[in-house]
Design a protein around this ligand. Sequence first.
Ligand SMILES: Cc1ncc(COP(=O)(O)O)c(C=O)c1O
Length: 395
Amino acid sequence: MNFSNKLQKLPTQFFAALVNKVNAAIAEGRDVINLGQGNPDRPTPAHIIRALQQSSEDPQTHKYSPFQGIQEFKEAAADFYKREYNVDIDPNTEVAIIGGSKIGLVELPMAILNPGDHMLLPDPGYPDYLSGVVLGDVNFDTMPLLEENNFLPVYENLSDEVKERIKLMYLNYPNNPTGGTANLEFFNDTVQFAKENEVAVVHDFAYGAFGFDGDKPVSFLQAEGAKEVGIELYTLSKTYNMAGWRVGFAVGNKDMIAAINLIQDHLFCSIFPAVQHAAIEALNGDQTCVDEQGAIYEGRRNVLVEEAKRIGWNILAPKGSFFAWLNVPEGYTSQEFADLLLDQADVAVAAGNGFGEYGEGYIRVGLLVSEERLREAVQRIEKLGIFKSASTVNK
Ligand SMILES: Cc1ncc(COP(=O)(O)O)c(C=O)c1O
C-alpha cells in the first residue's frame, strides 16, 4: 500500500536518525555518553507519581475523560499562571489541555491556517515544527537566531514580502537548541510586530522552568496585549520530568484556544484522567522539586563550561533550557564534528545543522547526564587533541 502524498512529504524524524546511530554504537558494546537527545534523565517527583497511583484506582478515571479535559486541571493551569507569572487566565475560555506540547505545535497550523498559507519559524529551531508544516499543508519562512543577537530574531530584517504573507509564528524561549533566553522587552516588541502584521503568535515555553544565574524565564503572556495575538504552550515534560506522561496545556488567546479544542474534539478523547490528576498535583503541589532540578542543570552547565575552557574550547554558557550550543572547531562541519565525537570519543551530540541552516557551525549538548559523565565526556574530547591550538570558529 502506498502512503499518502502528505505522509510522503514528512521529514525524516531528526532524533530518530540520531537514536539509531547511538543504539548501533551501544550494541557494539561501546560506552557511549549520550548528550544527543532531550529526554530528562531524572524521575518524576514521588508526590506526582502517588497522585497517579491513587487516581488510577478510582473506577471513575477508567471512563472517557471530558473531551476537553478535566475542569480542575484547567483551573490548576490558570492558578499556576497567576502564581508563577502574575498572568490572569480564564480557565473556561483561555486554557486547552493537550497531550504534550508537540501535539499543540503540530495541530495548530492545521487548526488555524489554510493550505498554502505561510508561517514563520525560528532557524535554528525544534525540528518537529516542520511536522506541523507538512501536515497542515502550509509553507514556512524562517527567521535566523544568531549568536550576535543573543539568539533572538530581528523583526526589522524580515522582508516586506515575508511580513505580508505570514499568518502564524512560533517562538521558543528558553530556546532549544541555543540555550538563549528572551526578556519582556522582546516579547513586547513581538506583540507589536504581531499586531502590525496580523500574525498569530505561539510561544513554546517548554523550558520555562529553567533559567540560570537567578533569571526566571519570562512568559510571553506577561507582555502587554499578548493574549490579543497569541498563546503559550506549557508542558509538564521538562518542568516535572514527565516527558513520558504526555501532558501539557495551551493558555492565552480565546480564539486560538477554541481552535485547539475543536480540532482535538475530532482527533483525541483527551488524556487518561489519572494523568490529568497527577498534572493537577504537579501544578498545585510543592514546587521545591522544580528548584532542585534547575539547580542540577545549572551545576551541570557550570561543569561543562569550566571543563571546556580548561581544554581550550571557548564555548557559550547557555542562559536557560537544558541544552548547550557549542561552537564547532575550525575545519569541520557540524555533522563531521558530531560524527568524529561519536566515532572516536564515544560521545553522542546533535549536529547543529539538524536544527536548520543557521545551526551549521554548532553542536547541541544536552545537560542530561551527571556532572561526572559530563566531565568524562570533555576529557574524552580532550584526548582527540583538537583543541590544543584553542582555535574555534565564531559563527
Ligand atoms: C522546544 C520544544 N518544544 C516542544 C517539545 C515537546 O515537548 P512535549 O513533551 O511537551 O511534547 C520539546 C521536546 O523536546 C522541545 O524541545
